[in-house]
Ligand binder design. Structure first.
Ligand SMILES: [Zn+2]
Length: 389
């Protein structure tokens, strides 16, 4: 999920109830819709050499609902349409990325077939009502007496731990990997919460070894203890999974435990990212960071980078900086930040990834690798040739 500047998303857990299986059935059916239209697009392309797009597919859906796919009709129409629109956008994104010459940005793939259990979310623009911690969804059902479809209103209650602000644009129902259902309320709240200026700037280095973040002030920010403990548990569980016989009862149990723990880690980390971003915004007017080169980092570090999830943190930081009127700058991708000595500017060409401390051969300064980089990042951003975000 992205954090855009003109929308806010509020997340609530839907209380467990046997009724929730309706939501599960709906998502399963939506997976069918997704796969059906994905196949259709591919077939259309083979025959006509171009893609059909949503404006051809949506009228086609109308026909399907009358003929061969009548069993989809119980789901609100705009929720079915949203699946087609999502596919449309995914293809668009793929074409845009192709046009750019395959060189810039993250690799974008074509939309893929989805297994039912992997189909996670449904969007509602109409056909729902929110009130007093409950959500009412208008499904349709065949009525044998009147021989017609009639509305069947189903209520789901959710844990409304806080109120949303702004007008609700749409809602989403999500199913996570452990079978919990969530309600996302998306509003158009764009109110800024301006924090008084502090006159301070900071350079931030993302680290893999000593600290998660290192500031040019010398401050090192580590993973919080509960998250560290969960990450350790995650490693242990992964190891124990690999010792089990694939497909056995114990193996399945470990898979389930792993999914549950992975969720917990993701939540803990997201909470911490929000706190961290808030803290930086409170203390600094200008925040300078390096440019993340995700593909490069993945090559260099393997899986670890996705675990550390700097990408998510930067997305949250962008949103927070917008909200609190802070300036976020990224130092140019080709600006060297590790090797130059921050005191005299001499490049330490022999610096390797394992050198955590070094002494400048020119001026004799003793450097902590990450602090030195954070100082260079801030300096790089304050100079003229910066990419402003
Ligand atoms: Zn030096």
């Amino acid at each position: 999920m992205g954090y855009t500047n003109d929308m806010r998303t509020y997340k609530y857990q839907i209380r467990n109830h046997p009724q929730n299986k309706r939501l599960g059935n709906m998502l399963d059916d939506l997976a069918d819709v997704h796969n059906h239209f994905l196949d259709l697009e591919k077939r259309y392309y083979r025959i006509y050499g171009k893609y059909a797009g949503r404006y051809r597919l949506q009228p086609h859906l109308t026909k399907l609902l009358q003929r061969t796919k009548q069993h989809w009709v119980w789901i609100p129409r705009d929720t079915l349409d949203a699946v087609i629109i999502r596919l449309h956008i995914a293809w668009q994104r793929f074409f845009d990325w192709q046009k750019k010459g395959n060189l810039k940005g993250r690799r974008v793939g074509t939309p893929k077939h989805k297994a039912k259990y992997k189909f996670r979310s449904a969007k509602f623009q109409t056909g729902y009502r929110l009130q007093d911690g409950r959500i009412r969804i208008s499904f349709k059902a065949w009525d044998n007496n009147s021989h017609a479809l009639k509305f069947e209103r189903i209520y789901f209650s959710f844990h409304q731990h806080r109120d949303w602000s702004g007008d609700v644009r749409y809602i989403q129902i999500l199913r996570d990997s452990v079978g919990t259902y969530w309600l996302y309320v998306v509003t158009d709240n764009t109110a800024k919460e301006v924090i008084p200026a502090t006159g301070e700037s900071v350079g931030v280095d993302f680290g893999m070894k000593d600290a998660y973040l290192t500031l040019n002030t010398g401050e090192k920010i580590q993973h919080p203890q509960p998250l560290k403990a969960s990450l350790k548990q995650l490693r242990q569980l992964n190891k124990s999974l690999s010792r089990k016989i694939k497909g056995s009862g114990n193996w399945w149990r470990a898979v389930r435990d792993l999914a549950r723990l992975y969720n917990k880690v993701a939540n803990q980390r997201r909470d911490w990212h929000w706190k961290l971003a808030t803290d930086l915004c409170r203390r600094f007017d200008l925040i300078a960071i390096e440019t993340l080169n995700l593909e490069g980092m993945k090559r260099l570090w393997g899986r670890k980078i996705s675990d550390l999830s700097f990408y998510q943190f930067v997305e949250i930081l962008k949103f927070k900086c917008f909200k609190h009127n802070r300036e976020l700058r990224q130092v140019g991708q080709w600006t060297a930040t590790s090797k130059p000595c921050s005191d005299c500017g001499r490049q330490n060409k022999n610096l390797s990834l394992s050198d955590r401390q070094w002494i400048c051969s020119e001026c004799g300064s003793h450097h902590d690798r990450d602090i030195n980089a954070a100082i260079n990042i801030l300096r790089g951003c304050l100079e003229s040739s910066v990419e402003q975000m």
